[in-house]
Design a protein around this ligand. Structure first.
Ligand SMILES: [Cu+2]
Length: 301
């Protein structure tokens, strides 16, 4: 697995995720107590069965089986409802909007108004409330970055949104959380949270168009441009991820491979071996052309 960044809900890196983790710990503690009490009663029942005839257990059933569960469950429900405002839709005070479209099986990422389209890697400025507007290009997906906030479903015909904000620099793993077909498990992404100045530099680079350098002709010749866009060139396909700055990304194929020369070559050589069923076909390319095409892809920083 290429994406090694942590994705534990129990290592929260934002206020929203902390609220969720706190609730989780509380539910865990209460459940543990209930489990222990029930277990103790079972043991007691087994031991006492032999020593005495059957007495009436009615008060115990009414208290332990009705009154206590009612109080506990209502209290937990109230607490759960009370945490919702902290993790639900954006407040309207967000400073940046990012559009994410779930597709089988990668994430298309856009920074509206900034001319940036990328895939499987979302950069966020630290300490800035960001609204993520999510939709789907095909089936239902679910966008989830466990260390930053709850899940948000991507549902055909709808735009949903969620707010992400963190003060902690780092890389956070995200994962599709709704079964969406064969390669659902290999539909991951990364959030890169970085200081605002570095974020702006990244955004400026991503907005730059690429050039039709040496090797680009092969990209068109072998049909890659029919499915991939490289901004600034004639390649304008939309079936696959935008490749304008593919060399700058940390991973390939939605977190399936590392973005190294070897993995890039392996991917283009036979995408079906690394992510069976994904929508990029293996295309036969003679070695000399392959090397030139690879060098062109690596120049797309
Ligand atoms: Cu999915």
């Amino acid at each position: 697995v290429a994406v090694a960044a942590s994705q534990s809900t129990l290592e929260p890196a934002s206020d929203a995720a902390r609220t969720i983790a706190d609730l989780w710990w509380l539910l865990f503690a209460v459940s543990a107590v209930v489990f222990a009490v029930v277990l103790a009663l079972v043991v007691l029942a087994v031991l006492r069965r032999r020593s005495r005839g059957a007495g009436t257990g009615r008060p115990l059933v009414l208290v332990g089986g009705v009154a206590v569960p009612a109080v506990v469950l209502v209290a937990l429900f109230a607490l759960t409802v009370a945490t919702l405002p902290g993790v639900s839709a954006p407040t309207g005070e967000t400073a940046l909007t990012i559009e994410v479209k779930g597709r089988q099986w990668f994430w298309e990422v856009r920074y509206p108004g900034r001319g940036v389209v990328t895939a499987n890697e979302i950069h966020l400025p630290l300490g800035t409330p960001v609204e993520l507007r999510v939709r789907t290009g095909d089936v239902v997906h679910s966008f989830w970055v466990p260390r930053l906030n709850r899940k948000i479903d991507m549902i055909p015909g709808r735009v949903n949104s969620i707010e992400l904000e963190t003060d902690r620099e780092g890389v956070y793993r995200g994962q599709c959380a709704e079964f969406c077909g064969l390669q659902h498990a290999n539909m991951a992404f990364e959030i890169v949270a970085e200081p605002p100045a570095r974020f702006e530099r990244w955004l400026a680079v991503q907005a730059e168009p690429a050039r039709e350098a040496e090797g680009f002709a092969l990209f068109e010749e072998y049909g890659c441009g029919g499915c991939h866009t490289i901004r600034g060139t004639s390649a304008d396909g939309v079936a696959g991820p935008d490749l304008t700055h593919v060399a700058s990304r940390r991973t390939l194929a939605a977190g399936t491979l590392e973005n190294t020369r070897g993995d890039l070559a392996a991917w283009v050589l036979d995408p079906q071996e690394h992510k069976p069923g994904n929508k990029m076909p293996a295309i036969e390319i003679p070695p000399d052309d392959f090397r030139e095409l690879l060098a062109y892809l690596e120049s797309l920083e």
